[in-house]
Write a new protein. Structure first.
Length: 320
């Protein structure tokens, strides 16, 4: 398992040097939060470590690997402010789709249990609300999405329900809307079940459905050989970060259908040129089969003889 993260000494040092009051100071002193005194965390434009945070988060949104992310955080803890990392993760997730937002909600829940202190999440979410008027410039639905992230965080016990009492300290209309939406969501009947699916039908609960959709697309393609139809169907699903799952289904079909291998490789090349399957997704798909060869060969014996030649053919066709 991934190592637990060391406490962030930099956070405490910076807090002591700041002239304005941070939430950590208010939290430890038991004072009531005052949004007028709150020192907002640096935006990505002025935070020198924003690129490090973004890189770690983006890699996680592609891989979905929590252990790898925690390993990266442990290696970079000396230069990463934890509350800034949390805020950056939420901001980036809002720029993506339902899959990535669900991944991020799960990430926050996991980190709050065994990696990052609870007060860092308090500070991050207060900053998200404090800066919501700026965020909506680039992400028009930011207030709604932050409200959903907040409600889900309370449902997952990342934050206490009393966090919503901070609404009294905000005068911004959008900030108040964030709190009101979150409160309405957690006070709704069966709120726990509803919040587990807060990001709609595109959340990770539908991952198996997505794999079935991709598998069906491959089978339909083997019947009609219509590359454009496959491209259009994948775009309509609008789950770019998970398109590597389609590559996996395509590779699986090519392994067991040797006579159809050439046409499937041509489809792989077509989707790559269409920017639907980037190089990283194709390599990730092949790596999945290579790393799990022994286990997969139980169900797909042909993988032992067909995988390596298929990869070489695909590399040659793609020019990798």
């Amino acid at each position: 398992s991934a190592p637990s993260l060391p406490s962030n000494i930099e956070t405490a040092t910076m807090a002591a040097e700041q002239s304005k009051t941070t939430f950590s100071e208010l939290h430890s002193s038991g004072s009531i939060f005052d949004s007028q005194k709150y020192q907002a965390l640096p935006s990505a434009a002025v935070d020198p470590n924003a690129d490090v945070c973004s890189s770690i988060v983006r890699e996680y949104l592609v891989s979905g690997d929590l252990d790898d992310l925690k390993q990266s955080l442990a290696e970079k803890f000396e230069v990463i402010n934890q509350s800034r990392f949390i805020k950056r993760a939420v901001i980036l997730a809002m720029e993506y789709n339902a899959f990535e937002r669900e991944l991020t909600s799960k990430l926050l829940a996991d980190l709050s249990w065994n990696a990052i202190p609870k007060h860092e999440f308090n500070e991050a979410f207060l900053d998200l609300v404090t800066t919501v008027d700026d965020t909506v410039v680039d992400i028009p639905e930011a207030a709604i999405m932050i409200g959903k992230f907040l409600a889900r965080a309370i449902c997952d016990e990342v934050l206490p329900p009393s966090f919503l009492d901070n609404v009294a300290s905000f005068s911004s209309k959008r900030a108040v809307e964030v709190f009101e939406l979150a409160r309405n969501l957690i006070e709704a009947p069966f709120f726990g079940v509803s919040l587990e699916h807060i990001w709609g039908p595109g959340d990770l609960q539908s991952r198996k459905r997505l794999v079935r959709e991709f598998s069906l697309l491959v089978q339909e393609f083997l019947l009609n050989n219509d590359q454009n139809e496959v491209s259009l169907s994948i775009r309509k699903l609008n789950v770019f970060s998970f398109n590597y799952l389609f590559a996996e289904e395509l590779i699986k079909a090519a392994i067991v259908n040797d006579k159809q291998k050439d046409v499937l490789v041509q489809l792989l090349v077509f989707l790559h040129k269409q920017s639907i399957l980037p190089k990283t997704h194709i390599e990730k798909a092949f790596s999945y089969f290579e790393e799990n060869l022994a286990e997969i060969s139980i169900d797909i014996p042909l993988i032992k003889t067909n995988l390596a030649p298929l990869r070489e053919q695909a590399k040659a066709a793609l020019g990798f």
